[in-house]
Design a protein around this ligand. Structure first.
Ligand SMILES: Nc1ncnc2c1ncn2[C@@H]1O[C@H](COP(=O)(O)OP(=O)(O)O)[C@@H](O)[C@H]1O
Ligand SMILES: [Mg+2]
Length: 585
């Protein structure tokens, strides 16, 4: 499993970086030129020293010009490289993957969203660019520069002294071999460090979303303590992470320093013995001092790769998540509505059961039909599964057994968008965007004229409230709609659906937070809206649904009674009892 995720990480990386192949090719060309020039430079400078010694001055002059040319070319290619690198970073490694990430999260189903941590997902998003850029900059550019540079250096060193070339290459190899386990240790520790960091993000976002609860219970200090505890853990891992670096650095430093000393000693004695020229000494010292930071860099690039992999792993994991609600390839459009809705032997549970364990269903053996243009009411105690049934109808989840048909088509055979556009849902607890009232009402129909928006608001008995606001329809409602009351949010959600005017409507306790005055004001509009529509009304207050064509009574996920108001009253069952309770109060 680990292997496949590594290859997925590389696949993801190359998917983005290769989106503009020409850019990538020019970058790679610059990389090769720079690497070659870097490897050549000490050899060239040694040669110059020798030419000066034997006073072949013209020759030396030409070499100095070559040296200047090398420096000039290196500068030019480095500029090209930095510019293109920045360009690729901005577009291919930042904008695109982060948009893809949000697209992916949008496409995921309710199962994913109800167990996600917004804070962690945001932390992951903020690290995508950094880690892709690390792969690009450190591995693909500098990693390659160093490797090519080492090969070129070894080649020129060999021309001076095969022994020194051997020591040079061995030192770098030993650094990598010794460095590798230290690196793995470093990356392991870092993973724990990053995980703790993500959890901090989770606590912070939880805190911000739930601020009202925090304040209501006066738990500010408790929340800060919770945060501090998280930070304690994070810091503990962070300290360990710091130590891994120091151990790693010192080890590599000691190895390379010893080897540098050996090389310089060798070269120096050869010159004293008169076997080597001064130029050879200059060349060898040049390569030897480079060796220290080259070893560091190579091992560090490898480490950065692993580090970036850990970060990208989480991104790739989200990108690889398959939504369990998927559209079939030959999915159909809802089309003209000619039939109602039927629930056939529907059973459902939120939890995935372990094999062999008996399931406790949230809904069990649900069977009933809603004829075209009928209004059916669902009633029952809280937690009896009414909202869940509405979610199944919208195909937020798939049924475990049985089927749900809309317009005679199984919802699993429909295009998801077509199904959801065809059904207007006023949810139990509507959430708004932190935008204007106008924007929120017209969310499903952004092109609606202001007149239509106003008339929808009027039908939802929201017009007087909006007109009383200094900014009217341009008033911004706050995050999640926090500046509105529960009842205002509900009426806004109703206006939204009125504007959309869909063929099928679900009201999930849509008026539960309205006072009787507002409710009465809306009833008339409801009647107009639902007259020639198929409607599901989930209601707590039975007086609001007594005129429904059929009332379905739920208890603990099962249907216990069905019929009209008068049928159910004469049955003297649960419904009659609930009715009695409500009218007596
Ligand atoms: N996302 C979820 N994950 C797990 N259980 C859930 C989820 N949503 C609702 N439930 C459970 O399903 C049951 C039915 O809930 P719901 O359909 O909202 O009831 P109702 O709308 O009738 O009050 C409850 O026991 C509730 O705890
Ligand atoms: Mg409910």
């Amino acid at each position: 499993m680990k292997k496949s995720s590594k290859s997925n990480i590389l696949k993801t990386y190359f998917h983005y970086v290769l989106k503009r192949k020409w850019l990538y090719l020019i970058v790679m060309l610059s990389v090769l030129v720079i690497a070659f020039l870097d490897g050549y430079y000490p050899y060239l400078s040694g040669n110059i020293v020798d030419r000066l010694n034997i006073s072949a001055f013209e020759d030396g002059g030409r070499l100095i010009l070559t040296l200047l040319l090398v420096l000039f070319l290196r500068g030019v290619f480095e500029e090209i490289l930095y510019y293109l690198e920045g360009l690729i970073d901005l577009t291919l490694l930042d904008r695109e993957p982060r948009i893809d990430y949000v697209k992916k999260i949008q496409s995921l189903d309710f199962k994913f969203h109800s167990s996600k941590s917004t804070g962690s997902l945001i932390s992951i998003s903020s690290r995508i660019n950094n880690s892709l850029n690390t792969l690009f900059n450190n591995l693909n550019i500098w990693g390659i520069i160093h490797l090519v540079d080492v090969s070129v250096s070894t080649f020129f060193l060999y021309k001076v002294s095969p022994l020194v070339a051997l020591i040079f290459l061995s030192t770098i190899t030993i650094s990598v071999i010794v460095g590798y386990p230290l690196l793995k240790w470093n990356v392991r520790v870092r993973k724990r460090f990053v995980d703790e960091g993500d959890k901090i993000g989770g606590v912070i976002s939880d805190n911000m979303i739930g601020f009202e609860t925090v304040k209501a219970f006066g738990q500010e200090e408790y929340e800060i303590e919770r945060l501090e505890k998280r930070f304690d853990k994070w810091q503990k891992e962070g300290m360990k992470y710091l130590i891994t670096f120091r151990v790693f650095d010192s080890t590599i430093y000691i190895i390379t320093l010893l080897s540098t000393a050996l090389i310089i000693y060798l070269a120096y004695s050869r010159v004293i013995e008169g076997v080597w020229t001064t130029g050879m000494l200059v060349t060898v010292i040049g390569y030897a001092t480079n060796m220290i930071w080259k070893s560091f860099n190579i091992v560090y690039k490898a480490k950065d790769f692993m580090k970036a992999s850990v970060d990208l792993e989480k991104f790739v994991k989200v990108m690889d998540t398959e939504p369990s609600i998927a559209e079939k390839e030959n999915a159909k459009d809802l089309g003209d509505i000619k039939k109602g809705i039927s629930f056939k032997d529907v059973s459902f549970t939120y939890t995935e059961s372990d094999d062999g364990e008996e399931k406790t269903y949230v809904l069990e053996d649900i069977n009933f039909d809603i004829d075209l243009n009928q209004t059916v009411a669902l009633v029952g105690k809280s937690g009896s599964g009414k909202t869940t049934l509405a979610k199944l109808l919208m195909r937020y989840y798939d049924v475990d057994n049985g089927s749900i048909e809309v317009n005679g088509i199984d919802v699993r055979d429909l295009k998801i968008k077509s199904l959801r556009k065809g059904i207007g849902l006023v949810p139990q607890d509507p959430v708004m965007f932190n935008e204007s009232i106008k924007y929120n009402i017209s969310y499903g129909n952004p092109d609606a004229s202001i007149d239509r928006i106003k008339s929808a608001a009027k039908s939802a008995a929201l017009d007087r409230f909006i007109d009383s606001l200094p900014k009217g329809y341009d008033t911004v409602v706050g995050e999640r709609g926090i500046k509105l009351s529960g009842g205002q949010r509900q009426r806004l959600a109703i206006a939204r659906v009125m504007l959309e005017n869909p063929e099928i409507i679900i009201f999930d306790e849509a008026t539960s937070q309205l006072d009787s005055e507002n409710e009465r004001a809306i009833q008339e509009a409801f009647k107009n809206l639902t007259e020639d529509k198929t409607t599901v009304v989930i209601a707590h207050r039975l007086s609001t649904i007594m005129h429904a064509d059929m009332i379905v009574v739920f208890d603990e996920g099962k249907i216990v009674e069905t019929g009209t108001h008068s049928d159910l009253m004469s049955k003297k069952g649960i419904y009659a009892m609930l009715w009695k309770l409500q009218t007596e109060n």
